[in-house]
Design a protein around this ligand. Structure first.
Ligand SMILES: NC(=O)c1ccc[n+]([C@@H]2O[C@H](COP(=O)([O-])OP(=O)(O)OC[C@H]3O[C@@H](n4cnc5c(N)ncnc54)[C@H](O)[C@@H]3O)[C@@H](O)[C@H]2O)c1
Length: 262
């Protein structure tokens, strides 16, 4: 498939490219240049440039939106909210039937949910709170929802909490750890995040319950604060790297691989 990746030169972009480049035809857009190691197609474009995006996405099968701006009231609104408007217009004008959108968990699960509830699921009514990042992303998602229902476009929104290197999560193939305390309790390894985008790009639209579906991209935890079962069931995504080693506070010595409890 021909995939247009918007905001592809940030932290997540290279992992998405890595997950998909052998199977799909990728084009990156961003306002920043790609790293010199990237040798694929690239076009400099701001996501809120509606005409530019309409033109560039002609012949594209799926648009993946990785763009984000977390601070500055106007720029955050232009990128996180109006950017989604541009993408949906580009989809409508070019007959593109699937959009993969991304954002932080708190554009849905704001402080009211997160502080008090458990078994949080991605179909809950949005409660983003008043934080600029959460609110602008949530508004962007709402624009996607309206377009998806009006023009029969499928929008998949993947919600992440925090992304880490897999060697910082422990228990993976490198199995290095750490007597460090967790700074962020819910994290997903970068390669797993890249794979989640691939799963969303490839899932047949017949498998989706509605035109506008959200998914948490988080490994499971025993206390089930976040419920990611829908992600596995519908997208077929399972993380390779889990969080047990962060939560059980084991201390390992990387040289001897000797493990001792605190
Ligand atoms: N990194 C994390 O831990 C994390 C956690 C939760 C959610 N997310 C979500 O994952 C997605 C990717 O995040 P990331 O970590 O790669 O972010 P990032 O800030 O590293 O990258 C964002 C990219 O968007 C680009 N961008 C900014 N303004 C733009 C514009 N006007 N037009 C086009 N591109 C523009 C930036 O140049 C950058 O390359 C975002 O939706 C973000 O909300 C990330």
């Amino acid at each position: 498939m021909k995939i247009l990746i918007v905001g592809g030169n940030g932290m997540l972009g290279p992992w998405v490219v890595k997950a998909m480049k052998n199977k799909h035809d990728l084009m990156l857009t961003d306002i920043n240049e790609p790293p010199s190691s990237y040798d694929g197609e690239y076009k400099k474009l701001s996501v809120d440039d509606v005409d530019g995006l309409v033109k560039l996405s002609s012949g594209v099968d799926v648009i993946v939106n990785l763009s984000v701006l977390r601070e500055d009231r106007k720029l955050a609104f232009d990128v996180n909210t109006l950017g989604n408007y541009s993408i949906m217009v580009a989809a409508r004008e070019n007959g593109i039937k699937k959009i993969v959108n991304t954002g932080p968990h708190f554009q849905l699960v704001g402080p009211q949910y997160e502080e008090w509830d458990f078994n949080l699921n991605p179909d809950m009514p949005h409660q983003p709170g008043t934080r600029l990042y959460a609110l602008t992303k949530s508004l962007g998602q709402e624009i996607c929802r309206v377009f998806s229902e009006t023009y029969d476009i499928h929008v998949i929104t993947l919600l992440f909490y925090n992304m880490k290197h897999h060697w910082d999560l422990g228990g993976g193939e490198d199995d290095i750890l750490y007597n460090v305390d967790m700074q962020v309790p819910y994290s997903t390894a970068w390669p797993d995040c890249g794979d989640a985008i691939k799963c969303a790009v490839e899932v047949p639209i017949e498998n989706l319950n509605s035109n506008c579906e959200s998914f948490f991209i988080l490994p499971d935890l025993p206390h089930k604060k976040f419920n990611s079962s829908k992600t596995n069931k519908v997208l077929g995504w399972t993380p390779r790297y889990h969080l047990e080693n962060l939560w059980n506070k084991e201390m390992r010595n990387p040289e001897s691989h000797h493990t001792e409890a605190y």
